[in-house]
Structure formats: C-alpha cells, structure tokens
Design a protein around this ligand. Structure first.
Ligand SMILES: Cc1cc2nc3c(=O)[nH]c(=O)nc-3n(C[C@H](O)[C@H](O)[C@H](O)COP(=O)(O)O)c2cc1C
Length: 203
C-alpha cells in the first residue's frame, strides 16, 4: 500500500453490466493512494449481486465492507447515499476535479445529458459539466439506439470523455482479468493519475 496523496476522484457505479470494471478501478485507485468518493445506484447493487455475487450492506457499513471485499484500505474511500446533498460531490466548491461513471447505464447517461440532477450521481456529473471539470463515462449497452448515440454525442461535445466498455483483442487477452484491466487502464490513462501497472502498446 502506497501512502495517500491529496488527489481525489468521484467513482459512481450504475446499473449497467460490467460491475467488475468498477471494482477493479476502485482497487487500482486505492492502491495508487487516490481518495475516492464512491456513489452507488440501487440498480448497481442488483448488478453487483448478479455479476459478482456481491451483496453489499446498508450505507452505515458500506465503506468498510467494500474495502474488505477489495482488500484495500478503507481510509482512502467513502461511500455516500444518493440523497446526501451535503457531501463534497454535490458542490463545485468542494473542488473535486475528476469523476468517472463506471459502468454507466443508458438511463444515467440520459439523465446526465438532460441535466436532471435528481440523485447524487446525476448532480455530481452536472457539477463536473458546469465547472468544466473532467467527467468520464463508461457506457455499456448493445445495440445502441439513436437516443443513446445522441446523448453521447451531446456529452462528448461538452468535453465528456466517453470510454465505452469495448474490450480490444490486439493485446491478446488470455483471461477475464486481462479484458477488465485493458478497459480500466484506459480509464486510468484518461484520469491522468500515475498508473505504473498499465500495459502499454509498443512496450
Ligand atoms: C443484470 C442487469 C444488467 C443490466 N445491464 C444493463 C446495461 O448493460 N446497460 C444499461 O443501460 N442498462 C442495463 N441494465 C438496466 C439498468 O440497470 C436499469 O435501466 C436501471 O434503471 C439503471 O438505473 P441507474 O442508472 O440508476 O443505475 C441492467 C440491469 C440488470 C439487472
């Protein structure tokens, strides 16, 4: 475990398929000493149970439970309820510069694109957009409708990084871990935190 830095990031998990991407990203950021504000939609809990067999407890013990499951320090993360309007993620004045929604459901994507701000994930993303800070979305759906594509285009034109959960195969993945790491490395590259574990093309 490396020592904590002053950097922090909001990691939001929504109910699209690909819970393993979120778990790996949280693990890698914790190992890199980055503080994480973690937001979890109700649908994300359903998908975590379905895809990772992970039943998370209620909010009071969520942070330690997640840290224990991922075998990382709970000192570097904090989970919030989606109506915690007093949390740092809810306001631009808290100064958090980066946010990732991973995986990002088409529902959350649409609500971010419309500026709904109806829960803390949507509000935090809205803050990133209005403050012109970094917002990364990792959408997962197939096929994509014109509504999905238009929402992505709208957000992309506002400076959002759209990093679809689309694995590449040119690095010749042999395990599911290789495929998960491939995407998480791309997200970490864009977050621009030090990522010494990343596999780089051409090395
Ligand atoms: C197992 C499972 C897999 C799902 N996969 C996707 C998906 O890949 N993409 C998507 O947009 N929605 C997916 N959904 C549907 C979303 O969970 C649903 O639209 C939900 O309302 C999204 O809520 P949220 O955006 O608040 O997380 C999935 C649901 C379940 C239970």
């Amino acid at each position: 475990m490396k020592s904590a830095t002053h950097e922090s990031v909001i990691v939001a998990i929504t109910g699209a398929s690909g819970a393993a991407y979120a778990l790996r990203l949280i693990q890698r950021l914790a190992n890199a000493g980055i503080f994480q504000h973690i937001l979890l939609s109700d649908a994300a809990r359903v998908v975590l149970k379905q895809e990772a067999d992970l039943s998370l407890p209620e909010m009071a013990s969520l942070t330690p439970a997640l840290a224990e499951y991922l075998n990382v320090s709970g000192d570097l993360m904090r989970c919030y309820t989606l109506d915690d309007w007093f949390s740092p993620a809810a306001s631009g004045s808290a100064g958090i510069k980066k946010m990732v929604v991973i995986p990002c459901s088409m529902g959350t994507l649409a609500r971010i694109a419309s500026g709904a701000s109806d829960n803390l994930i949507e509000r935090a993303a809205d803050v990133m957009l209005k403050e012109r800070r970094q917002l990364i979305l990792v959408p997962r759906e197939t096929p994509l409708s014109s509504i999905h594509l238009e929402n992505m285009l709208k957000l992309s034109r506002m400076g959002t990084d759209i990093i679809p959960a689309m694995p590449g195969f040119y690095h010749r993945p042999e395990t599911l871990d290789d495929i998960i790491n491939f995407l998480v490395d791309r997200v970490l590259d864009h977050l621009d935190f030090a990522n010494p574990e990343a596999q780089k093309w051409g090395e």
